[in-house]
Design a protein around this ligand. Structure first.
Ligand code: MN
Length: 327
């Protein structure tokens, strides 16, 4: 932990302008930590600018009423002094995971700094802020704000709480620690209403996302004696329902609600971009190793990687890889 703060102190003292980015298909942890870090950097007298490759889900907009989150599309132009900027990369330890932005900024920004909690290739990380034991990047950003003794605005408190709720599956996933609860308690003291955040995350889905979920569930295949459930999310499903890729992704968690199912697999592809493999498990089944071997990353019970094969080829290969746990 101490090492992490030494790294961060150096990065902050040597830079003044910062792009803040998170991974493709940004989730509540990535976006929540971006907003809270943005507010922290402002309060430290720095110049932050949030830029992501992929759009912000509509459900997150209540935390971005000021439109601080920029998306790399036709209407956004990078500042002309972009070469004076450094970059924070949140909620991934792989720079290429920030999407198309990675090609544009890799050789343009002065340097980049990763804040993350995923397992990964340790050598890849370098002098960053990586805490694999943290429940979420929001938990880490909370600790950073406390370290610099800055106030936490209600907006930041809500953003951090939302990210923690999302990444811990509402305070139940393995990395949920006593510290996670202490942080959550403090955020509630600062004015966060847990039910309001729950409503924003879980009860504002578009009807199209419900239809998409139905299509994904219709692809289920029950394998290895009912221990593994595999599913697909294809570009055709997105076209037919009008739902977004991000809205389909949480479907991977549904099979784990079935008694006896200990692993879930979702092979997915957005309207453009690579085929992706998402893996979820319960208990000791460590899928982060499979992900890392295939160039991806993640946590013991939740990990993924990108594939160069077609959806169907990837699907067959991924099932075979998971077979190691059951055969
Ligand atoms: Mn996260």
């Amino acid at each position: 932990m101490k090492e992490n703060f030494i790294n961060l102190d150096r990065f902050l003292s040597q830079n003044d302008k910062f792009i803040i980015s998170t991974h493709e298909s940004p989730d509540w942890d990535g976006l929540g930590s971006e907003v809270a870090l943005f507010e922290l950097l402002k309060s430290l007298g720095k110049k932050p600018l949030i830029v992501n490759s992929d759009p912000t889900p509509d459900t997150f907009f209540f935390l971005d009423l000021e439109h601080d989150i920029n998306v790399l599309d036709g209407s956004f132009t990078l500042p002309s002094d972009i070469r004076e900027y450094s970059q924070f990369v949140l909620d991934t330890n792989d720079y290429s995971n920030i999407g198309t932005l990675s090609q544009i900024l890799k050789d343009t920004v002065r340097e980049y700094f990763i804040i993350d909690h995923h397992e990964g290739d340790a050598g890849k990380a370098g002098p960053n802020f990586i805490r694999v034991g943290a429940s979420s990047v929001c938990e880490i950003v909370y600790q950073i704000i406390r370290h610099y003794e800055r106030p936490i605005t209600l907006r930041s408190a809500q953003a951090l709480f939302a990210g923690i709720v999302f990444d811990t599956g509402s305070f139940v996933y393995p990395k949920t620690s006593p510290e996670t609860f202490r942080i959550a308690a403090h955020l509630v003291e600062l004015g966060v209403t847990p039910f309001f955040i729950h409503e924003q995350i879980y009860e504002q889905n578009a009807l199209s996302s419900f239809e998409l979920r139905g299509r994904i569930l219709s692809t289920i295949e029950i394998i290895y004696g009912g221990k593994l459930v595999a599913m697909k999310l294809t570009p055709e499903m997105l076209k037919e329902t009008g739902a977004s890729f991000t809205e389909g992704e949480p479907a991977i968690n549904i099979p784990l609600g079935v008694k006896g199912v200990v692993a879930s697999l979702l092979i997915k592809q957005d309207l453009s971009g690579p085929v992706k493999v998402s893996m979820r498990t319960k208990g000791d089944l460590d899928v982060s190793r499979i992900a890392i071997e295939n160039g991806g990353g993640g946590h013991k019970n939740a990990a993924g990687y990108k594939s160069k094969l077609s959806v169907d080829e990837t699907y067959r290969l991924a099932i075979k890889q998971m077979g190691g746990f059951f055969l």
